[in-house]
Design a protein around this ligand. Structure first.
Ligand code: SAM
Length: 325
């Protein structure tokens, strides 16, 4: 975890920080889960921050770091007028999607919708004839933990006062629900279906609907080789050249198209720097996460306006109060 204290935030950011701490149970520690695949007993706070464990009570297994970055993508899309809804494929207990709805509420957006695509009965049996990369995948055997009924997800939204007509559910297997899903445009597409099949189907059916300047956020690129293979195969088949940016040990994202941010060097996001950030020393700087949290800086670095995130931060970002975490 970064040593920088949280920057002074506007009320919207403060609400979202509190929500993320609740959804992950960083605030109210989770009991953790002992499991063949992942052991989290006793609960280690660092694991919750990085989303490395399988929680018992938290509404999301995604850690704070990836949720911070998801928020940054959504806020970037809202502030830059990138059209389209927010979509998550693979929602489990709904936590990341609850954050999506909360961002719309916090920023006063009453038009966009949040779409949740899930079987609400766990992952499918592998289909190695069509997707050899999924041969032997055992996620379907974990339905005792991974199958969360729609009603439970809805109850989780209700718990946070966020279940309303801007939240839409697509119950069923992706291959059945996504082709005809009534989603016109997408500004943030979050992929969390774990398997090759689930990742590939989400991309095939939804990527064409992602707006120029929209974001594709992938949860399991680092953790699951079959998910990573689907991303690489799809990008290569479609000739996608926008670079993949790392978020943390497993998450990545890329921004679609050659989108010019309104103000590549101007203030962005919700952060207003505190004294500690102004005093940040070169050695404290987390290059990778600064790029993940500031997608417009990632673009500016990729376009050659800056040699590095570090250069941007110490020339502009520090004075602008850019978020470091
Ligand atoms: C790792 S969990 C998602 C975690 C969640 N995003 C969070 O915030 O904690 C994976 C989810 O994907 C769903 N899923 C995976 N493949 C699917 C498919 N092909 N069709 C429908 N749902 C699928 C599972 O039911 C499960 O809820």
């Amino acid at each position: 975890m970064s040593e920088f204290p949280v920057a002074v935030r506007r009320p919207a950011g403060l609400y979202l920080d509190l929500l993320k701490n609740c959804l992950t149970r960083v605030l109210f520690p989770d009991r953790g889960l002992d499991h063949d695949l992942v052991t989290t007993s006793p609960v280690v706070l660092a694991d919750r921050l990085e989303g490395k464990d399988w929680p018992t009570e938290a509404e999301t297994m995604v850690g704070i770091r990836r949720l911070d970055q998801l928020e940054a993508c959504m806020v970037n899309a809202l502030e830059n007028g990138v059209p389209g809804d927010f979509v998550e494929t693979g929602v489990w207990r709904g936590g990341a999607s609850i954050l999506m709805r909360a961002v719309l509420k916090a920023y006063g957006d009453c038009d966009r919708r949040v779409w949740l695509a899930d079987s609400f009965q766990g992952l499918p049996l592998p289909d190695p004839a069509r997707y050899p990369q999924d041969a032997g995948d055992g996620h379907h055997q974990l339905s005792g933990y991974l199958a969360i009924p729609l009603e439970e997800v809805q109850a989780n939204f209700r718990r946070y006062g966020l279940l309303d007509e801007q939240v839409c559910f697509l119950p069923g297997w992706f291959k059945d629900t996504l082709p005809s899903a009534p989603i016109a445009q997408i500004s943030v597409l979050r992929l969390d279906g774990d398997m090759y099949e689930s990742t590939m189907e989400a991309l095939e059916y939804l990527y064409p609907r992602v707006s120029d300047g929209g974001f594709i956020v992938v949860d399991d690129y680092g953790a699951l080789p079959n998910c990573r293979a689907a991303i690489e195969d799809f990008r290569s088949a479609c000739g996608i050249t926008e670079p993949v940016v790392r978020i943390d040990w497993t998450g990545v994202f890329w921004q679609k198209g050659h989108f010019a941010p309104r103000s590549p060097l101007g203030p962005a996001g919700d952060g207003i720097g505190g004294d500690e950030e102004l005093n940040a020393t070169d050695s404290d700087f987390d290059e990778e996460f600064y790029l993940a949290l500031n997608p417009d800086v990632a673009q500016a670095v990729l376009q050659g306006h800056f040699h590095s995130a570090r250069e941007h931060f110490f020339k502009y970002g520090r004075a602008e109060g850019r978020r470091l975490r």
